[in-house]
Design a protein around this ligand. Structure first.
Ligand code: GDP
Ligand code: ZN
Length: 205
């Protein structure tokens, strides 16, 4: 699992006003179950829905179907996690190209640019194209980044400085929350990495 990528997508969703659901697919495959469940619980505590699925065994597909109902959805995530397989399962009448992207070159040189709106048989829509599935434009400024980390936003009211960056400032409530285990340390790590990338982006034309 690319945990950093998860947070990048979540920060994007927060800033775009999109409700995000996390799908942990391939749950039939052996994995670090403890770590996965810890992560799932943490994201649930922030208010996100987390669904474990498997295209192989069908686990979680009913829950996912329910979640998609009544919404316009997009599936995003890195190549190979099973997005097209899930979409094919949910849209049995459509011919979704499973593995099409990775099979071409692994680099997405297979560029289908058409974006299609599908209707799920049980309700809900899907906006889809390979470009949509792997979109990765996050160019947010510091303030937007901090707003995307929901639990920081709540805690930061107790930071000594109201423009606290949660880096080296004294009496930072976010750091205090990490020290006492209320905020997951990886969230601050990802925030710092995003800050660095945002700073690098600002140097670009
Ligand atoms: P995408 O790049 O995210 O669209 O991923 P694909 O749907 O192309 O899936 C990549 C590979 O993972 C394919 O070989 C799928 O058959 C396989 N796959 C997808 N979902 C599952 C799953 O739930 N369990 C297992 N074991 N394999 C899966
Ligand atoms: Zn702070």
């Amino acid at each position: 699992i690319d945990e950093y990528l998860i947070d990048c997508y979540l920060i994007t969703a927060e800033n775009m006003g999109i409700d995000a659901t996390l799908i942990f697919n391939k749950s039939d495959i052996e994995h670090d179950a403890d770590k996965l469940h810890n992560m799932a619980d943490y994201y649930r505590s922030l208010g996100y829905s987390v669904i474990e699925t498997s295209v192989e065994t069908g686990i979680g597909i009913d829950t996912l179907t329910e979640q998609l109902k009544g919404n316009t959805n997009i599936f995003v995530g890195q190549s190979g996690v099973g997005k097209s397989s899930l979409i094919q399962l949910l849209l049995p009448d459509q011919d979704i190209q499973v593995g099409a992207l990775s099979a071409a070159t692994g680099l997405g040189s297979h560029t289908t640019t058409t974006t299609i709106l599908y209707h799920f048989p049980n309700g809900g829509d899907l906006v889809d194209s390979p470009g949509v599935r792997e979109f990765s434009i996050w160019r947010y400024n510091e303030i937007e980044l901090r707003q995307g980390f929901k639990e920081f936003l709540v805690k930061s009211e107790a930071c000594k400085f109201n423009n606290c960056r949660h880096l080296t400032e004294p009496n930072c409530a976010v750091k205090a929350a990490i020290d006492c285990g209320e905020i997951a340390p990886w969230r601050l790590r990802h925030y710092k990495k995003m800050l660095t990338e945002a700073a690098e982006n600002e140097l670009l034309p």
